[in-house]
Design a protein around this ligand. Structure first.
Ligand code: SF4
Ligand SMILES: [Zn+2]
Length: 336
């Protein structure tokens, strides 16, 4: 697909979404996660913001986060959400603050709101915020450095520019990620990187190989890499392709394969597949999904490879066959 056509299609699909101007947090909950080699309770907050600036322009092919945003969100309402989050906080050592975009973007999250989050959660051992690379400036890095507990999560998705441009419409290049990650590293700020497993317009085997090389690349700059298998979100190009039978979410076996083959890298690679075991998330045959998902989560929490050993199901053979023949069919249909 040409880039202009890809962007036009993403915008067209998005226009059908019904966005309600809701107030208050999108969500707040507790979950298990890793921190400095230990399994700890993490407090997760999703602030309802105006949303990602890139999504107003065209947005990524798989991202439906705009469905939960409010274009009219004010600074005052955001500060109320920070208060709401603080009331729900029970002193967890790890705090993750998400928005449906970039926490470091002053347009989306005004500086006063960013600062109030840093202040309110300065006792947490680690505070994770997310951002696109363009909002990681020298000024921001100096500011974050002062707090000492902040980790920045960057959604690289893929270390292949072609994928960023033509499959995801990410709106930045690998070099932009690299510059942001280096800037953070220079200021002693830890980096977490998201790698997407199976963007659209690629085969299962291509997806596995690209995720592995992207994790290798990201490991140079990151303390943690989160492997995020595609989940099919509403009003996205990926959902459109999926409904037409032109896209399947990755196999859980592919997640296992990537985790096994990146295990030796000097970085923690984790995966908590959203909507795992369902048609909209990474899934296998239906019979083994629960078992394999459990193994993936246990591996992610402990980093012990034994959880990914001795996993079997007859559907593994089908997955292997797909890996072997899909590329051939892909080339064949592309040349018709
Ligand atoms: S994936 Fe991230 S960068 Fe892309 S549109 Fe969604 S929030 Fe924005
Ligand atoms: Zn199975």
């Amino acid at each position: 697909m040409e880039l202009s056509e890809l962007q036009r299609k993403i915008r067209e699909i998005r226009r059908n979404a019904k966005r309600e101007e809701k107030k208050g947090l999108i969500g707040a909950w507790r979950e298990r996660d890793r921190l400095n080699g230990e399994i700890v309770d993490a407090f997760v907050v999703i602030l309802r913001t105006r949303g990602c600036r890139w999504a107003y322009h065209s947005g990524c092919s798989m991202c439906g986060y705009f469905n939960d945003t409010n274009p009219k969100m004010s600074e005052e309402e955001l500060l109320n959400q920070v208060r709401e989050a603080k009331e729900k906080y029970r002193g967890e050592r790890l705090v993750k603050i998400f928005t449906s975009g970039s926490f470091l973007d002053d347009w989306e999250v005004p500086p006063k709101v960013q600062e109030s989050i840093y202040e309110e959660f300065q006792d947490a051992e680690r505070l994770i915020v997310e951002s696109r690379p363009e909002y990681v400036t020298k000024k921001k890095a100096e500011m974050l450095q002062k707090y000492g507990n902040i980790m920045v999560a960057l959604g690289l998705e893929s270390a292949n520019d072609e994928t960023l441009l033509y499959r995801i419409n990410k709106g930045f290049r690998v070099e932009d990620y690299k510059m942001a990650a280096e800037l953070l590293n220079e200021h002693g700020i830890k980096v977490k990187t998201y790698v997407l497993l199976k963007p659209p317009f690629m085969t299962e085997r291509m997806a596995i190989e690209e995720a592995i090389s992207s994790i290798e690349f990201a490991s140079r700059y990151s303390e943690v890499v989160s492997l995020n298998p595609m989940n099919i979100q509403n009003y996205t190009l990926v959902e459109y392709l999926w409904r037409r039978g032109e896209y399947r979410a990755p196999w859980l076996w592919s997640v296992v394969e990537v985790l096994r083959r990146t295990h030796e890298l000097p970085v923690e690679v984790v995966s908590y597949p959203t909507a795992g075991g369902t048609k909209r998330g990474a899934h296998n045959c239906g019979k083994c999904d629960e078992k394999v998902l459990k193994a993936i989560v246990n591996f992610s929490l402990t980093q012990d490879i034994k959880h990914l050993e001795n996993l079997h199901c007859p559907c593994m053979e089908r997955w292997r066959k797909i890996i072997d023949v899909e590329d051939y069919l892909w080339d064949y249909t592309a040349n018709l």
